[in-house]
Design a protein around this ligand. Structure first.
Ligand code: ADP
Ligand code: MG
Length: 143
């Protein structure tokens, strides 16, 4: 599904699990583990948790590359009525841009994967600058 930047992220049904890690590539694995643990405690299907781990890796990799992070990288996970939500914060005002699918290209695939695995995704500005990029993970049966 295409980004719906103007619609806000879904309302929280569970408490929000959040983690702040150093903004470097070694944190990506920890972020995957964090999301897997946070969503497993909500009783979510293993397949959907795997998808959430893929989506959060792509969003966190983008935050590292393009997000003008200074210190830490913040990642949140929570349940909504629409499904599990993962969210990655960064400090760049620039929105993510989905690139046309090009099987020859070595970059520009990440957000296409996010589109594929999300029921919807978008961007919410943060009060002190920067943005949260969030994704509602698609239900297993909707693929
Ligand atoms: N968090 C972000 N902040 C600013 N720009 C972003 C962010 N995420 C993605 N982008 C922009 O969207 C483009 C597409 O992202 P993506 O599909 O993940 O491809 P890639 O990471 O390989 O460039 C990036 O090249 C970048 O210009
Ligand atoms: Mg990317």
């Amino acid at each position: 599904m295409i980004s719906e930047g103007r619609r806000s992220c879904p309302e929280r049904l569970s408490t929000v699990s959040a983690i702040m890690l150093r903004a470097n590539v070694r944190s990506i694995g920890r972020i995957r583990e964090f999301v897997t643990g946070a969503l497993a405690s909500q009783g979510i299907d293993a397949e959907v948790i795997d998808d959430a781990a893929i989506v959060v890796s792509e969003l966190a990799t983008n935050a590292l590359r393009y997000g003008k992070l200074l210190d830490g990288m913040i990642v949140c996970a929570y349940m909504s009525a629409e499904g599990p939500v993962v969210e990655v914060w960064d400090r760049s005002p620039e929105p993510p841009r989905v690139m046309p699918v090009d099987f020859e290209a070595e970059s520009g695939r990440g957000l296409n994967i996010v589109c594929e695995l999300s029921a919807r995704w978008g961007v919410t500005p943060l009060p002190n600058g920067g943005k949260a990029v969030w994704s509602v993970i698609r239900k297993a049966g909707d693929r």
